[in-house]
Design a protein. Sequence first.
Length: 152
Amino acid sequence: MGMREISYIVVHATGGWKTQTLTSIMEGWRAMGWRNPGYHWIIDADGRRKQLLPEAQIANGVRGHNAHSVHVAYVGGLVSKGVYGDTRTPLQRRTLLITLKELRRRYPSAEILGHRDLSPDKNGDGIISPWEFIKVCPCFDAREEYKNLTLA
């Protein structure tokens, strides 16, 4: 398989507790009938990173955008039952930053954004407003946080 053209580096939260296991996440995907994982890379609460799928393959990260995206997730995003927020640990923040720099090097023209930033623009004003988010994932403004990410 040749190299895919990557337009987006999409940041995700798994939408569970930071103690969530990779096994439980993958069981959820299998239950939905997914053959491929939702992310290429996943980062545990302790900052350990695991590759779930080669970047040349298509992950199930954001419906309608997967052919041109690489997906990175941190385990977490659930603050309390039904309440989502940024639960990244300092080690997750560090590993996520390192991972995004590596991906930026491989895909210099790709835009880094959050899953929520690929929601439909329902009112057509050119801005994805919070009320238009299909999901709040990754529970922080990845586009803003990483807008000045350089290759250094």
